[in-house]
Design a binder for this molecule. Structure first.
Ligand code: SF4
Length: 485
């Protein structure tokens, strides 16, 4: 019998998932403990039950401090320490945590950051070159999405572009080249409104970076893609899809006749990409907005139409997200959330049938919901924001060269956002210098109500993890801090 078809192995693998059989999993873990000599038989029953409890907990709630879980399990510190040691000896249990509803938090974000020592540097207050750097080159945006924090009418002056692009180019030149995915282009405002964008992309590609461009694709025109346009040097273009009709686009973005233009741009891109045999990947980002959950199924048809334009180069990926802003008008109603799981399962089946090559990323919360657990998104509040932020993990640089600590703060004129500027890149001032100064001088930003909206999902996850790690270390669990790493 292969391990995959062994019901005992399966019970362990599924022990953190909704409906996983806790008792069967504990019995299987007990056998592992005794057979491999990890634990005397008389202690194995209790240990196995607690180990399964740990896997279930961290497969569902990854940000809990260890002390809280120790108290929940009713163990003394010695007993809990031994349990953590046993857990580390059984890779089957680690896999079960990663396969749990909250597995995406671990595998997409936390473990890669742990692997590179990013969180240790942030925790120790040591400067490190940011693990991920966002370039925000857009001076303006043609849309006014109702959920966007941008200040209506605020834009960067055109005269700033020359120096701004030079600052962004200097950041590209300064980046360590050990991670080809360390740079991306986003906003802030819409990147394609910067005429120098193609040159920046080619510059980054020349240093080995495979950048993703986050765009609304309204300006992804034939002219933008013509000739030697640097856009073809991108690793991927990720288009935010705001609806499937002009009316839906107008309701979300305030722009008339916008869907037809984005649709035409994407179809043309598909044709040109196939003709050029360009390796750049194409993907969409779709936020499930209140009242539009059912539209998910129509998104598959839209992608199928784009695929039909260039059957040999189908759309590569789709990222589905909930509105992460935490604003009340972004939340789905209780009834719609209840429906969403059914819709997600139907959607998954339709993707398999209609667009089988499409890679779908459900993000943290929708992945959990699809698995049958209505997981809450991590929510950092002003009182749990970290005054030193986490520039070792990520920063964003706008077209003035300003280095923002949070991803949703890099908009011109946004009240209070300038408090989250760590410094400015420009002649005589490098990005590493800005981060070093910020960290070494122990600059702290006192959070105010509403500041949490400056953080996107990634920022919130990093902050929650650092809070957890700090709590573990403070409670004397330095060795086991953070549970998995
Ligand atoms: S969300 Fe993006 S496309 Fe929409 S208004 Fe904001 S910057 Fe523009």
């Amino acid at each position: 019998m292969t391990p995959a078809s062994d019901p005992r192995a399966e019970a362990v693998a599924r022990c953190a998932a909704p409906g996983g059989d806790r008792e069967e999993a504990a019995a299987a873990v007990r056998r592992l403990l005794v057979a491999d000599g990890h634990c005397p038989p008389e202690e194995a029953d209790a240990a196995a039950a607690d180990l399964v409890g740990l896997a279930r907990h961290y497969g569902n709630r990854p940000f809990t401090p260890l002390e809280e879980v120790r108290r929940e399990l009713g163990l003394d510190r010695g007993g809990f320490g031994r349990l953590l040691e046993l857990f580390a000896r059984l890779p089957e249990l680690r896999s079960a945590v990663l396969a749990g509803p909250a597995g995406k938090y671990w595998s997409n974000t936390l473990l890669p950051l742990e692997e590179r020592g990013v969180l240790d540097a942030a925790l120790a207050g040591k400067p490190a070159f940011p693990h991920i750097v966002g370039l925000y080159p857009g001076p303006t945006c043609m849309f006014r999405c109702h959920f966007c924090v941008r200040v209506t009418g605020a834009r960067y002056p055109h005269s700033a572009l020359g120096n701004g692009n030079a600052a962004l180019a200097s950041v590209i030149d300064e980046m360590p080249t050990d991670n080809p995915h360390a740079l991306y282009v986003s906003g802030g405002l819409e990147p394609l409104t910067n005429p120098g964008l193609g040159d920046l992309i080619s510059r980054a590609a020349g240093r080995g970076f495979s950048m993703t461009l986050y765009t609304n694709s309204f300006a992804l025109t034939e002219k933008a893609l013509a000739g030697e346009s640097g856009l073809w040097d991108l690793g991927a273009i990720r288009t935010s899809l705001y609806g499937l009709t002009d009316e839906e686009y107008e309701a979300t973005t305030g722009k008339r006749n916008a869907f037809r233009r984005v649709d035409a741009n994407l179809r043309r891109f598909q044709r040109m990409r196939a003709e050029r045999e360009a390796p750049v990947r194409l993907g969409l980002n779709h936020i499930v907005l209140p009242g539009r959950a059912e539209r998910l199924l129509d998104v598959v048809d839209f992608i199928a139409e784009l695929n039909a334009v260039a059957p040999e180069r189908p759309v590569d990926f789709l990222n589905l997200r909930e509105d992460y802003s935490g604003r009340p008008d972004g939340a789905l109603s209780v009834q719609e959330r209840a429906e969403l799981r059914r819709i997600l399962l139907e959607f998954e089946e339709k993707v398999r049938r209609v667009t089988p090559t499409l890679a779908v990323d459900y993000g943290y919360a929708l992945h959990a919901l699809k698995s049958g657990a209505d997981a809450q998104l991590v929510r950092i509040r002003p009182e749990t924001m970290r005054p030193a932020a986490h520039p070792q993990a990520a920063v964003q640089v706008d077209v003035l060269g300003d280095v923002y600590l949070y991803r949703e703060a890099g908009f011109p004129g946004l009240p209070g956002a300038d408090r989250y500027i760590a410094g400015r890149v420009g002649p005589g001032s490098s990005l590493s210098g800005v981060v070093e100064r910020f960290v070494n001088e122990r600059v702290h930003v006192a959070p105010r109500p509403g500041d949490e909206y400056f953080m996107d999902g990634f920022d919130q996850v990093v902050a929650a993890r650092l809070n957890q790690l700090e709590a573990d270390v403070d409670a004397g669990w330095r060795e086991g801090r953070g549970f998995l790493r």
